[in-house]
Design a protein around this ligand. Structure first.
Ligand code: SAM
Length: 261
């Protein structure tokens, strides 16, 4: 039974990991942390914190567990079709045939690789600049290797599977070199680190749902500063932005917002 101070744990964990748990919805986060503590047979936040300090392995597992890394290629296909049919043509008409795109909180890489594939329909790889970031080193290392299973590519259209993936016939699928080379993976914490600038599009999906309203609002403001005027923010399927004009966006399509000119 976990009973001692969660507030103290949050402070100490921030000093150790530079992850501010105050920015995540508290009930949800506390439930997850408590279940992890029980699974690893700690009793209190205090002895758990000592365990985190003492063992890198528990620390890394905890960060990965905490941050919920579920992802898949072409997640929510309807929105990716809107990206292909409406948004990318708009972006190339507006900004020309060289696009700088940020996949923020990219997890295991499924999202930025899907982006590279759909962008390649309009642009050569040499004109596709994708920065893909996450705060979790473990997922970034998986992303860089580029190996996946059938489940993670189930929604990806066959034409992309044929062109950009190699299947070893035993269920291991690898993203081809040309796609992997079009992406720069980097560690970045949305709540603490600098944001890239001069972007034509930001894709940030299925992470802000875990943030408090205050943290979300801070991120939307920062995204707006990072985008060029007329640039696009692509959000997750449960993440519509209420009163998006307060951050300087207008609605472009469902789940796509345009920075006002
Ligand atoms: C559910 S995954 C979403 C992956 C992908 N965007 C998608 O929609 O499939 C959420 C990701 O957000 C990352 N994350 C959580 N908090 C973050 C933060 N403060 N800064 C950067 N990434 C964060 C997690 O490590 C995790 O990989």
């Amino acid at each position: 039974m976990v009973i001692d101070s969660y507030d103290k744990f949050k402070d100490e964990f921030y000093r150790l990991a530079k992850i501010d748990l105050n920015a995540y919805k508290e009930n949800q986060m506390k439930r997850r942390i408590n279940s992890f503590i029980q699974k690893y047979k700690f009793n209190e936040y205090s002895d758990f914190f000592e365990g985190l300090k003492a063992k890198d392995e528990i620390f890394d597992k905890f960060v990965t567990f905490l941050t919920i890394n579920v992802s898949e290629f072409y997640r929510n296909p309807t929105q990716w079709k809107t990206l292909e049919n409406d948004v990318l043509p708009y972006l190339t008409e507006t900004f020309g045939k060289h696009l700088k795109v940020w996949s923020a909180a990219c997890s295991t890489g499924d999202e930025p690789y899907s982006l590279a594939m759909v962008m390649k329909e309009l642009l050569p790889f040499s004109k596709i600049d994708i920065i893909a970031t996450d705060l979790d080193k473990e997922v970034l290392s998986i992303a860089q290797k580029g190996y996946y299973n059938e489940k993670s590519i189930k929604d990806l259209p066959d034409r992309y599977k044929k062109k950009y993936l190699t299947n070893d016939g035993k269920g291991i699928i690898r993203v081809n070199d040309d796609v992997r080379k079009s992406i720069r993976f980097q560690e970045q914490n949305l709540l603490k680190d600098a944001y890239p600038t001069g972007l034509d599009m930001i894709v940030c999906r299925n992470v802000l749902i875990y943030f408090t309203e205050e943290a979300k609002s801070q991120v939307y403001h920062e995204f707006s500063r990072s985008l060029k005027k007329g640039g696009i923010l692509f959000v997750g399927s449960t993440e519509q932005i209420i009163s998006c004009d307060q951050y300087g966006y207008e609605s472009f399509r469902s789940f796509f917002y345009r920075k006002e000119s």
